[in-house]
Ligand binder design. Structure first.
Ligand code: ATP
Ligand code: MG
Length: 423
């Protein structure tokens, strides 16, 4: 592979793609702020332990997908880096939890934050699956009640609605219960799958001891048949877990948010509990999840912080951007066109003034009138401001509406005011 190609699984966001990307992030940001979430950012890399501890040694991300490197250290006298194992963040909940602990934010609960930025996973690239991709996500930390689950899901649903995607997605919902229910269910699963361990795939046989819930998530044909007959979580939920789930469902019902119960929707790690959900689509082939989340009451304690509940989700910006159907046009500029040498200086000044007044203005670098107007059309300019000797003498300009072709002579003093009609 030529060193001038982008690295496999990475993509440039050229202007057209960037506009869709930005539409997704801008809409998400606007809606998240309506729900009282505040934006924050964590570093793109963290000590590897931050992810190992939170994602668990057996998760796909930790075992296969992390970009990890060890700093040689000692350079420029920065001794504290020496021998440190560093990982590019594969997701951002761990980073937020780490910041919560190291920043001493425990006094600030409930903490409602959102983030947007690149994530890195070394997985097999396909449509909708990249090695550098972007997530937008929200975290609501410090609220044990089901209202928090309802609020983060409602926020996600409203973002998808703002993007015109309500019809394109389905909300799938499940509960993982509290730790007691989970342990009982885990035992039942281990008993069931152990009876059939000869039929299990190698991966799943390994999960049987380390992470049995993950077998429910297996994509292997043989496993799936077994899974179809596996015990249901529902039958192992204690009263508190049942009540919690009922409250979440009732809240969603009250808000008119549709969902489909999916008893096979799981999160493998111990600190996940109660609500698990995913917004999925059938429009992106195999890559069906566009937003995924759940409750993680044990996470912050697992990391060494004070016991603090939390719930949140992360969405794949590229996947959402692919779902937005319409092209997003570039903003339409005003073009300033000097005709002849003497107009150059005035054109530059007028361009500057207009930009300072908040208009998007382009000034061709060179060429005759015809060439410049052609270029203005090509950039889909809304209007052209033309200067020749005559206009200059009259301290005015010819303003041409490039859609209707109409033009008028406007004094330079009133140019701004006239142009505002084109905005
Ligand atoms: P998948 O089952 O598709 O691998 P996941 O369970 O690994 O998803 P999460 O860790 O829950 O995904 O991340 C949340 C969201 O981020 C996903 O629903 C998806 O939209 C997006 N996402 C995850 N991995 C990628 C990737 N490699 N490329 C693009 N988007 C991704
Ligand atoms: Mg994945």
């Amino acid at each position: 592979m030529s060193s001038l190609q982008p690295v496999r699984g990475t993509h440039d966001l050229l202007p057209e793609a960037m506009r869709r990307h930005r539409r997704v992030v801008d809409s998400a940001r606007d809606v998240a702020e309506l729900y009282g979430f505040l934006e924050m950012a964590t570093p793109i890399f963290e000590f590897t332990a931050v992810f190992k501890r939170t994602l668990g040694d057996t998760s796909d991300i930790v075992t296969k997908e992390m970009y990890t490197f060890v700093m040689g250290g000692g350079k420029n006298g920065e001794k504290d880096d020496e021998g440190s194992s560093i990982t590019l963040r594969p997701e951002n909940t761990a980073g937020v939890a780490r910041a919560f602990i190291s920043g001493g934010l425990a006094q600030q609960v409930p903490l409602k934050v959102f983030y947007a930025g690149p994530m890195f996973r070394h997985e097999r690239p396909q449509k909708g699956r990249q090695r550098q991709f972007h997530q937008f996500g929200v975290e609501l930390i410090g609220v044990p009640q089901p209202q928090a689950d309802i609020e983060v899901i409602a926020c996600g649903a409203q973002i998808l609605a703002a993007l015109g995607l309500t019809e394109a997605v389905t909300l799938e919902l499940n509960t993982l219960g509290d730790p007691e229910s989970r342990n009982r269910y885990r035992e039942a699963l281990v008993a069931y799958f152990s009876d059939h361990s000869g039929v299990l795939s190698d991966d799943s046989r390994e999960r049987l001891t380390r992470n049995p819930l993950r077998i429910l998530d297996s994509k292997e044909e043989g496993d799936r048949e077994l899974v179809a007959g596996a015990p249901l979580f529902e039958d192992y939920l204690n009263v508190q877990s049942r009540d919690f789930f009922a409250a979440v469902r009732e809240g969603l019902d009250n808000l008119g948010i549709d969902y489909r119960l999916n008893p096979r929707l799981v999160r493998g790690l111990d600190y996940y509990c109660h609500t698990a959900f995913e917004f999925t689509t059938d429009r992106l082939g195999a890559q069906s999840a566009v937003m995924a989340g759940g409750r993680y009451d044990g996470l912050i304690k697992t990391m060494g912080g004070p016991p603090t509940p939390g719930v949140g989700w992360a969405s794949g910006v590229e996947r959402l951007a692919m779902l937005i159907e319409q092209d997003i046009p570039a903003p339409r500029p005003i073009v300033v066109v000097p005709v002849g040498e003497s107009a150059q200086v005035t054109a530059l000044q007028v361009t500057q003034q207009l930009r300072q007044s908040g208009f998007a203005v382009d000034l061709g670098y060179s060429g005759n009138l015809k060439k410049r107007l052609q270029r203005a059309n090509k950039m889909n300019a809304r209007a052209a401001v033309l200067f020749g000797d005559e206009e200059l003498a009259a301290k005015s300009a010819t303003l041409r509406d490039l859609d209707s072709g109409e033009q008028e002579l406007v004094s330079l003093d009133s140019l701004s005011e006239r142009l505002s009609h084109f905005a």
